[in-house]
Design a protein around this ligand. Structure first.
Ligand SMILES: Cc1cc2nc3c(=O)[nH]c(=O)nc-3n(C[C@H](O)[C@H](O)[C@H](O)COP(=O)(O)OP(=O)(O)OC[C@H]3O[C@@H](n4cnc5c(N)ncnc54)[C@H](O)[C@@H]3O)c2cc1C
Ligand code: FES
Length: 277
């Protein structure tokens, strides 16, 4: 068995409740030398092993330079994630990783950045937003676009308000179904794209969310003038090994665990519309 297949024990240092079903675990490897060696880039993921229950892929959301702890923000939806939600400081779990390719953050430097997310709390996008915010001078305009089905699905509303007050940052949020006090747009999120204050031909776009949403968003971004080679997206598939051996995460000829989860749009655009992939 290679080292990549062996979980290493980590300890929960802090548990933060983000909403009724979403929580953040702040972790540290119990072996100090492993912790010191651990490096990741935003967009990569770990396999989190809850002893006696199972293992799930979860993105790393902390900043790569915060080397005291590493964080995972998790939505409790099933067997393993619900079990993880019950962990408390001092509890232990197994970690394999980091796996996969991250966001093209070096290529994005010096360019405008448009981040489009859909659905309930998009952890891979939070890591990239935090990364850009902490290195604001390295990037051009930042546009954050978040779409949800129902206004009540939006988590971290205060973060969107805070980000919207930052210089050279535009935040646009849309809900298909609004509520009386909903301060943002009601309707498809793509209706907001034309308002993006970016130089489209000099923009790097990063998306995560349901694949149907990303396909439509890519069409709208192309219409704005963003070139396909500058569009990136994070894909999700059921995963077992995390290292390209079991085939569980395959999409066409690609393995989401090792060729992704972040792909250039040109690599996957022909696969996105194929049902069953
Ligand atoms: C690369 C990658 C990164 C991820 N990062 C995160 C993250 O940062 N935070 C996070 O909360 N989740 C993340 N996920 C999703 C997470 O891995 C799944 O939610 C988890 O595997 C579900 O396991 P479970 O045992 O709790 O649920 P299960 O019991 O396996 O499933 C419960 C229900 O949820 C559905 N389901 C399972 N997986 C998904 C999924 N990926 N999307 C939508 N529905 C699903 C199942 O079909 C089933 O109906 C990521 C997935 C991938 C592939
Ligand atoms: S999870 Fe096994 S090949 Fe990707």
């Amino acid at each position: 068995m290679t080292d990549l297949m062996v979980p290493h024990e980590a300890e929960v240092v802090e548990r933060i409740s983000e909403s009724a079903t979403i929580f953040t675990l702040r972790l540290r490897f119990r072996d100090g030398s492993r912790h010191a060696r651990y490096r990741f880039v935003p967009g990569q993921f770990n396999m989190l092993y809850l002893y006696g229950v199972g293992e799930v892929p979860i993105s790393v959301v902390s900043d790569p330079q915060d080397d005291a702890l590493f964080d995972h923000t998790i939505r409790a939806i099933g067997r393993v994630t619900r079990g993880l939600s019950r962990l408390q400081p001092g509890d232990r779990l197994g970690i394999r990783g980091p796996f996969g390719c991250g966001w093209p953050l070096e290529q994005a430097q010096g360019h405008d950045v448009m981040i489009v997310t859909g659905g309930l709390g998009c952890a891979p996008a939070v890591s990239v937003i935090n990364y850009v915010m902490r290195r604001r001078q390295l990037f051009g305009e930042l546009v954050i676009v978040q779409g949800v089905k129902h206004a009540e699905d939006l988590i971290w509303a205060q973060r969107y308000h805070r980000w919207s007050r930052m210089e050279h940052t535009q935040v646009m949020v849309a809900a298909d179904v609004g509520t009386a006090l909903w301060p943002w747009h009601v309707g498809p999120v793509t209706e907001l794209f034309a308002q993006a204050r970016i130089n489209a031909s000099d923009t790097v776009a990063m998306m995560c969310g349901p694949e149907g949403m990303m396909r439509v968003a890519a069409d709208h971004m192309r219409a704005l003038g963003i070139v396909e080679g500058s569009m990136w997206l994070s894909m999700e598939r059921s995963m077992h090994c995390g290292v390209g051996r079991c085939g569980h995460c395959q999409i066409g000829g690609k393995f989401v665990c090792k060729d992704g989860p972040v792909f250039n749009y040109t690599q996957v655009k022909d696969l996105l519309p194929v049902r069953g992939l």
